[in-house]
Design a protein around this ligand. Structure first.
Ligand code: NAD
Length: 496
């Protein structure tokens, strides 16, 4: 038995996790939801099925905590964020395995999530120290512009990268003096709840609260609660529009990080072996369940046949297997619904005339028969097909041939989303001219998923509103207040 498989067997969960409200795990009157291992089908634990009453209690606790938390100094909040980062680092190995068991993602890639999360807390621990307002002299006085926290922030996250999402939301909101009620995704709450146990010893009570459960129950109650002051959501475009609409009706500030259908453009001057590896990484990482997946690959005509031959062969060698095996590169999707959705898209692609080059099947992995393990799948298609336009959230790509740079840029942009894009070339001019014309919030040249700490992350077009991950997120959680100070009241007769 390898060490990770041994660790997987050693992980123990609480039989039930209540909601984490006001620094305590509270019993959930409205019941519990099974937390299922997506690979084996084993019920590992139960999480609270939070409802309006739980949300009411959590928002109240966050409201009370805000009174004090918002008056802490930036140095104090910076120190708190460092403590959270350190706690994550100390518990990283165990938390990685918890996410592996809860989401079914390969253990080898989960350290990346935790490194991003740890760095995110450290980044905002530092960024807040330099987040200064402005001031200038005015006649007989001074103008001061300061950034005030918003209050209680409602944050809702998806299941694909739980700790990355937790850190993207918590770190900037806490740094700027806000308190939080977060609803994790019903399919992947365990690492967040285990984090709550660590936060209990770090943060004052009520500053961070987690209410688990379904979107239409706990999520809906949260976004409609009268005493919240900010909505921040990461998830699907459909729910994002609903949250944006709610924010509009209530005039609440909102951050939305939604889906993607990202282009990956391969120029003819590349090292083909490296480009094949990068494209494969770009669609297999996270089992393809990534909003930034490099899912539309545009390959130049001059190298198309050789590149595609190698890309197809590489797909056959990607190890599909047990999530806890460190040599596994693709494992199970999150649940049956997602599995059937991905297989449905594969069938639809065939029906609409896309040519299946490799993959397309569900694989049975011994001892993990419950899981939806999908082979890396490559279609030759056109950009206007649904398979090229809609987010699939699985290890499935469409490949298109190109020979004119203006046309490929037009096609790359011809999609509703605009979250990320990849370019591969050794020519600086090609790289920068193309990057400048792509409608995407993040452009990665020669290395896909190049998430650099502090780089603003967010979408153009239907991929969302606002930016996280970089210092721009501080503005998402504050509002500017200008204070004009006059040293003396106006003289008598001023108004007359
Ligand atoms: P989802 O939209 O179904 O769910 C996301 C969260 O919203 C969950 O916590 C869910 O319970 C909650 N929710 C659902 N309905 C709700 C409602 N009516 N009111 C309030 N909350 C509700 O998305 P998902 O299936 O969990 O995640 C996959 C999607 O997330 C993909 O579309 C992907 O592109 C997107 N995503 C985006 C980013 C990004 O940063 N842009 C990152 C990860 C995932």
């Amino acid at each position: 038995m390898n060490t990770t498989t041994k660790l997987a067997k050693e992980i123990s969960f609480d039989a039930q996790y209540g909601n984490y409200i006001n620094g305590e795990f509270a019993n959930c009157e409205s019941g519990y939801i099974d937390a299922v291992n997506p690979a084996t089908g084993e019920v590992m634990s139960q999480i609270a099925r939070g409802n309006k009453d739980d949300i009411d209690r959590a928002v109240e606790a966050a409201g009370v905590a805000f009174e004090t938390w918002s008056t802490t100094t930036i140095e104090e909040r910076s120190a708190y964020l460092h403590k959270i980062a350190n706690a994550l680092e100390e518990n990283k190995e165990r938390l990685c395995m918890i996410d592996c068991l809860d989401t079914g993602r390969p253990i080898y890639e989960l350290a990346v999530d935790y490194n991003i999360a740890i760095n995110q807390f450290r980044y905002f621990a530092s960024a807040i120290l330099t987040y200064e307002g402005t001031s200038r002299a005015i006649p007989d006085g001074q103008l001061i512009v300061q950034k005030d926290p918003l209050g209680v922030c409602a944050q809702i996250i998806p299941w694909n990268v739980p700790m990355i999402m937790v850190s993207f939301k918590l770190a900037p909101a806490l740094a700027t003096g806000n308190t939080i009620v977060m609803k994790p995704a019903e399919d992947a709450s365990l690492s967040t709840l285990e984090l709550a146990k660590l936060l209990k010893d770090i943060l004052p009570k009520g500053v961070v609260n987690f209410v688990t459960g379904y979107g239409v129950e706990a999520g809906d109650a949260l976004i409609n609660h009268p005493n919240i002051h900010k909505l921040s959501f990461t998830g699907s475009e459909g729910v994002g529009r609903l949250i944006g609409k709610t924010a509009g009706e209530r005039l609440l500030p909102v951050t939305l990080e939604l889906g993607g259908k990202s282009p990956h453009i391969i120029f003819p001057d590349v090292d083909i072996e490296r480009a094949v590896e990068n494209v494969t990484f770009g669609y297999c990482f996270y089992n393809g369940q990534s909003c930034v997946l490099g899912s539309r690959v545009f390959v130049h005509d001059a190298i198309y046949d050789e590149f595609m031959g190698k890309l197809v062969e590489r797909a056959k060698t990607v190890k599909v297997g047990d999530p806890t095996d460190p040599s596994t590169r693709v494992s199970t999707l999150i649940n049956e619904k997602q599995g059937k959705r991905v297989l449905g898209y594969i069938e639809m692609a065939k029906e609409e005339g896309a040519k299946l080059l490799v993959g397309g099947n569900r694989v049975t992995v011994p001892n993990n028969e419950h899981g939806y393990f999908i082979e890396p799948t490559i279609f030759e298609a056109t950009n206007d097909m649904r398979i090229s336009q809609e987010e699939i959230f699985g290890p499935v790509i469409t490949v298109m041939r190109w020979n004119d740079v203006d046309t490929v840029i037009k096609e790359a942009n011809d999609v509703g989303f605009g979250l990320a894009a990849g370019i591969m070339t050794n020519n600086l001019e090609n790289a920068m001219k193309t990057a400048n014309k792509l409608q995407a919030g993040s452009v990665w040249i020669n290395q896909y998923f190049s998430f650099q700490t502090g780089a603003p992350f967010g979408g153009f077009k239907n991929s969302g509103l606002g930016r996280e991950y970089g210092k721009e997120a501080l503005d998402e959680y504050t509002q500017a207040k200008s204070i004009a100070v006059n040293f003396n009241p106006p003289p008598a007769g001023f108004f007359g």
